[in-house]
Design a protein around this ligand. Sequence first.
Ligand code: PRP
Length: 217
Amino acid sequence: MKASEIITVAFPKGRLLSEASALFETAVGVSPAKLLSGTRKLGVVDRRTGLRFLSIRAADVASYVEHGAADVGVCGLDVLREEPRDLYEPLDLGIGRCRMIVARPRGARPLPRGVAPRVATKYGRIATEHFARKSIPAEIIHLHGSIEVAPSLGLADAIVDITETGETLKANGLVIEETVLEISARLVVNRVALKLHGERLRRLVAALRQACDAGRG
Ligand code: PRP
């Protein structure tokens, strides 16, 4: 297989790795997690399928695919909505399910009318759009992690963050006020790659769709 025929897949490290890997294993018979484990290389090629898997931080997958460093990727809807990209999103993989929520300290009194809530979050755009839709003039406080501790330290009145099991919220005395967005991982495809490798990419998408359906069934 010529180098130009290889399809590069930006594969997320972290939370999505094992579920996404299981889907690919069902779909194309290769486990990216196994292929990438124990190597310090950024990418590994599977000769049989002609797929190259890159091990990428989940938050960077969309950039790799948008700019053509990868043809395809697996990316959470939170990342895609926080930083919109010019990408084709053909498939909801149904994995990495979680929710973007607004949470406040348990028992906190409602803020007086006209007082802008201070909202700590990593997701500035999503939070800004959410409060704007509700005509609430929130003050967004940008943090990079450990969002849940912000209210107890007096840094914020509320947070916008992701929750999966709810354990982190509970441990920090927070309760969910509302859901902003239901999240799952999406397959994303570079628009030029779709023209270059159209038929093979369509087959890959179809195989992954089947693997998703089998997983749900
Ligand atoms: C996410 C999120 C919460 C936690 C929620 O953080 O920001 O802190 O998971 O999960 P739970 O509802 O199951 O307790 P992540 O572990 O992705 O790391 P981060 O601190 O870098 O955001």
